[in-house]
Design a protein around this ligand. Sequence first.
Ligand SMILES: [Zn+2]
Length: 212
Amino acid sequence: MSVTDSLKRLLTFGTGAVLPLRHAGDPVLEKKARKIAAVTPEIRDLAARMVATMRENRGVGLAAPQVGVSLRLIILGTHDPREPVPADATPGEHLLGARMPLALVNPEIITVSDELEACSEGCLSVPEISAEVVRPWAVVVRATTLDGEPFEVACGNLLSRCLQHEIDHLDGILFIDRLKKTETRRIKEEVEALRERTRRGLAAPRGKRRAL
Ligand SMILES: [Zn+2]
């Protein structure tokens, strides 16, 4: 074990075990996730494990279907709480930024801005592939925290993009489903190869399954 590995273990100690990630081609990423009726200890444990998984993989967001759980739970990590939130940030960045990593239960987008923004996106379920996605620059999101605190707030910038990306996961949509035709064509072969690898992995006998 390298020093980096030891440090990583220390940093994730007590926050839950890292879970294997599901990749494009896995049916769990293509279906609509169920609403969470109540925050049980199991949901809290799942959220802690998702935080550990997001950190381990250096992501800025994670949705429960990405770890094989079809429930409406997402983790946000777009902001380092040790850093100040810029003064001109949106209300959502101020409200949520200082509390990250943060779990949101049953998040939904209430309204989106007319203003659109194009930005390169990636996804832990679509490793090593990135492409430009056009999305509304800002959204109003409604959700509940793990402590049962409901809120509704306007979010812009990376937080808005992350919310849209993660909530898409809860509806069985990946960023590669939202590309312009030119971008879809550019990454078509890589995506097909990934889906095929995932399907082969899922079809392999249990003992021989590899963590894809
Ligand atoms: Zn994703």
